[in-house]
Design a protein around this ligand. Structure first.
Ligand code: UD1
Ligand code: CA
Length: 496
């Protein structure tokens, strides 16, 4: 946390992002379970600024709606048709100024303003805090976050004067051959005094190769006005890398994931194969959890100590209790309590809740259902809109028939019940505590506690049916042979 929070943060997010080749605005593309802009807004909030303003233009409504959702207190600043980062900051500052004061009075935002790019997702608040500290300690008008790249092409180069201060930043397209040799680049992340910005922004021109209002030109004006401009170079270039295309999106996504996975291992989580384990930034994992290869943990998934998850499991917003075992499972918005086992090949849909020590086995799908402590649905079943008590066993291949084509209905099954294989629970229907049901039962009526529910008449066999009704088939031939064998056996018996 910075000692003095910044007066404001301006996030630049008006750019088009052409190279993404996407109908979705660039800053809304996700990595690590958050949009690029979501990462930047979270980092901005970590600094506890007075205000946050997001500058928008391209796909303005989509971006603004996303900002409102993530950070309702953030201000939306619309950039006009004048292009360039300088104009973007001018639009941001003007919104901040009108929010900071009653209309008509003088003043506006005072103190340091942090400027961030909406497409630089890995920048952390620690680095920004260091930038703010350097800004305060050195009494700078402008402090620029920079880094050194072996291939600086495309970026603005940082031209330093003899005293180590920043003389100017020159864009690739405007640079001389000598300036192109400079490896220190502008990250487009700054701390600038509001008064310095206010004094300079109105004086910027578009006299450059791209015909844009360059924010970087503030530096020369600030210096001419007697301000100090210094740069802080980060040793970790990936922190300031922006996303321009989908290759960079994947690269930064993978790097973010490596960092998240590494942090969990350092905090006591066993990750057998970090390369195939994906963990979103908001996931919570306790010590001594083991993640097996091919595990993807998304959203607000939480895993308690001692649980083993994977291999090949994708869980979104799933809460897993201590010591649970979740194997080859696809789940979302579900709860698996302590000591329970799930999988392999289990599908948990929203609202599935398995109690402590419960079991869901292979090819079982559960939706919007409470399954009590110690209860089991071991094989090949669909449990939807159901409430199942404790220590109950559901027979293989059973289905809660919850949908009549118009409405969904609930199935309620008590505790210590034993339902037979291949049962159809035609909801709404109730099975009481300790009740049993026979195999193949179609439950259209409630089964009282302690009763045995069976449906269908007794079995009737029509002898010789295959041979008479399916003559010439392999089945008929098999039946013929079986009849022959029976006859032979009978003959033999007669001889005895
Ligand atoms: C900018 C910097 C360059 C730096 C580079 C780092 C300038 C003149 N140049 O260049 O020195 O090395 O970033 O990536 O500032 N944006 C707006 N409105 C605009 C233009 C841009 O909001 O009119 C936003 C973009 O959405 C993006 C950020 O500003 O988030 C940077 O814009 P971009 O076009 O990537 O700047 P560069 O030309 O790459
Ligand atoms: Ca850029």
């Amino acid at each position: 946390m910075s000692l003095t929070p910044p007066a404001a943060v301006i996030v630049l997010a008006a750019g088009q992002g052409t190279r993404m080749r996407s109908a979705t605005p660039k800053v809304l593309h996700p990595i690590g379970g958050r949009s690029l802009l979501g990462h930047v807004l979270a980092t901005a909030r970590d600094l506890s600024p007075g205000r946050v303003a997001v500058v928008v233009r391209h796909e303005r409504d989509q971006v603004a709606a996303h900002v409102q959702e993530l950070d309702p207190a953030a201000l939306i600043a619309d950039q006009d048709e004048v292009p360039g980062t300088g104009r973007a900051v001018e639009c941001g500052l003007s919104i901040l100024d009108s929010a900071a004061q009653p209309a008509g009075s003088a003043g506006g935002v005072q103190g340091p303003v942090v400027i961030l790019a909406g497409d630089v997702p890995l920048l952390d608040s620690g680095t920004l805090t260091a930038l703010l500290e350097a800004h305060h300690t050195d009494g700078n008008a402008v402090t620029v976050l920079t880094t050194n790249l072996t291939d600086p092409s495309g970026y603005g180069r940082v031209v330093r004067d003899g005293g180590g201060q920043v003389a100017k930043i020159v864009e690739q397209k405007d640079a001389t051959a000598a300036e192109l040799e400079i490896s220190e680049i502008n990250s487009s992340v700054y701390v600038m005094e509001a008064a310095v910005l206010r004094g300079a922004l109105g004086r910027l021109d578009r006299d450059n190769a791209q015909g844009e209002v360059y924010l970087t030109d503030v530096i020369e004006l600030a210096r001419a006005d007697g301000g100090a401009v210094r740069a802080l170079a980060t040793e970790d270039p990936i922190l300031v890398e922006g996303v321009n295309d989908r290759v960079q999106l994947a690269t930064l996504g993978a790097e973010l994931n490596r960092r998240v996975v590494t942090a969990w291992m350092e905090s006591g989580v066993s990750v057998v194969d970090p390369a195939t384990t994906w963990i979103d930034v908001d996931v919570q994992i306790e010590q001594d959890v083991t993640l097996l290869p091919g595990t993807q943990l998304h959203g607000g998934t939480q895993i308690a100590s001692g649980a083993v998850v994977g291999p090949d499991s994708t869980l979104t917003d799933v809460v897993i209790g201590a010591g649970a075992r979740v194997t080859r499972t696809h789940g979302s918005s579900s709860r698996i309590d302590a000591g329970a086992t799930v999988g392999p090949f289990t599908y948990l849909r929203p609202g599935a809740h398995l109690g402590e020590r419960g079991k869901l086995g292979a090819f079982v799908e559960v939706k919007n259902s409470e399954i009590g402590n110690g209860s089991k649905v071991p094989h090949l079943s669909y449990i939807g809109d159901a409430t199942i008590g404790e220590e109950t066993n559901i027979g293989a291949a059973s289905v809660t028939v919850n949908y009549d084509g118009v409405h969904k209905h609930r199935t309620v099954i008590g505790s210590h019940a034993r339902t037979g294989a291949d049962n159809m629970f035609v909801a709404p229907v109730e099975v009481g505590d300790g009740a049993y049901t026979g195999a193949g039962t179609v439950l259209r009526r409630d089964v009282p506690a302690g009763a045995l529910g069976v449906s269908g008449g007794s079995q009737r066999n029509i002898e010789g049916w295959t041979i008479s009704r399916r003559p010439g088939t392999a089945a008929a031939e098999a039946a013929q042979r079986a009849a022959q064998d029976r006859g032979d056996a009978a003959d033999q018996h007669d001889d005895d």
